[in-house]
Ligand binder design. Structure first.
Ligand SMILES: Cc1ncc(COP(=O)(O)O)c(C=O)c1O
Length: 389
């Protein structure tokens, strides 16, 4: 690690850069705090790698080099104590394309796929696009202290003979939980009991609040490794999601071969030259940047929480363990989350996500993206307070 200090306070004007997050604001005075991307410049190591590639000037089809695989292997070994074998890795254009292809490879149309809700909305679309049925097992909301897994309900859902897959999210978006090793062991035990395969989306895994520890699902035991397919990418944590590169890990050769076929069938088996360079730079050189990013988000969260707790007692803020997405229970206001979202937009000029888009269990909550400059977080929070008072 080097000693370089990164300036997350620097305002970056993203208007006019064809940004989904900014272009979808209904007017120029709206602060976007919805979709999960960051308003920070990427780490200098990534920008340098991209500049070098750009200056070469030729952008033909990219060949994925050995360095791509070693960047993943070394990163997870070094940071998360998970030893991945080179032969277990496939690459693709994103984690959503990865999940879609893995479901295609591991299920038959008509089967159930179990999800723990509230959950990232694309889980529903990936399951449905493969003509399977999403079965929601709600997480348990422990009044104002985050979520836990309802093992009994999970056990029941997985006991259905038409259910062969659990689509899991570790860390969990939008609930903000980073599952502990014990929780993963319990989930794994229930899955093995029912012969259910685990697909674990671990895209949020680098974004941990201080003192929180991420455990890769596949790393908890030999059995979990054999039964789990991991989908991941540095894209979310290093703000390079638009460059579209991701990986899949499966230690089961026959499942891996089916996944490879599904990636080809879905036409998502190539990575573009920029995605490739950014991916490798992030995993090879991005460690100190992500450490400082995590500290910064912790500060953003504390600031928003302090203001809201003083000013909006009807907003119950769940703790963030991972990622940069605040998840707030607005049911005590007596309004629906759709109405709260509308009011925050119309009266406060802040765009946030209505939790209802993450499944029935998300209804009554809102999600706020804190991956922006501290001054913007403060301004947006004050606007939300004013709108809701
Ligand atoms: C849990 C989760 N998986 C996947 C994605 C998107 O992945 P990608 O852009 O690589 O398709 C997101 C984006 O927010 C996410 O939260």
């Amino acid at each position: 690690m080097n000693n370089e200090k990164f300036n997350f306070d620097e305002i970056v004007d993203r208007r006019g850069t064809h940004s989904v997050k900014w272009d979808h604001c209904p007017s120029n005075d709206v602060i976007p705090m919805w979709i999960a991307d960051m308003d920070f410049k990427a780490a200098p190591c990534i920008i340098d790698a991209l500049k070098k590639r750009l200056e070469h000037g030729v952008f033909g089809y990219a060949n994925v080099p050995e360095e791509f695989f070693t960047s993943i292997i070394n990163w997870f070994d070094r940071r998360h104590n998970w030893r991945i074998n080179r032969d277990w890795i496939e690459y693709t254009t994103g984690v959503v394309p990865a999940i879609d292809a893995v479901i295609r490879a591991t299920t038959k149309p008509g089967e159930n796929v179990v999800i723990l809700t509230p959950i990232y909305n694309c889980f529903f679309t990936c399951i449905e696009s493969n003509r399977c049925t999403p079965v929601e097992v709600p997480l348990t909301y422990n009044n104002n202290y985050a979520y836990t897994i309802n093992y009994k309900a999970l056990d029941e859902a997985l006991s259905d003979s038409n259910t062969n897959t659990l689509l899991f999210c570790n860390p969990h978006n939008p609930a903000g939980r980073v599952w502990t090793r014990d929780e993963l062991l319990k989930v794994n035990e229930i899955c093995l009991k029912h012969g259910v395969t685990v697909i674990s989306d671990e895209i949020h895994c680098e974004m941990m609040m201080p003192g929180v520890h991420y455990t890769p699902f596949a790393s908890i035991s030999q059995e979990a490794q054999a039964n789990c397919i991991t989908c991941g990418s540095p894209s979310k944590s290093f703000n390079i999601a638009g460059l579209q590169a991701a990986f899949i890990v499966s230690s089961n050769p026959s499942i891996k071969a089916s996944i490879n076929k599904a990636l080809i069938d879905n036409q998502v088996c190539a990575i573009n030259p920029f995605g490739l360079e950014a991916f490798m730079a992030a995993y090879n050189y991005g460690e100190s940047w992500i450490e400082q990013f995590n500290q910064y988000i912790d500060g953003n969260f504390k600031l928003m929480k302090e203001i809201m707790e003083n000013e909006l007692p009807n907003f119950h803020i769940t703790p963030i363990e991972g990622s940069y997405l605040a998840w707030i229970d607005v049911r005590p206001t007596g309004m629906t989350s759709a109405d709260v979202t509308k009011k925050i937009l119309n009266d406060g000029k802040v765009l946030v996500n209505d939790g209802a888009m993450y499944g029935k269990a998300g209804d009554g909550f809102i999600r706020i993206n804190l991956a922006t400059q501290r001054s913007v977080v403060e301004e947006a929070t004050r606007r939300i307070v004013k709108a809701m008072k």
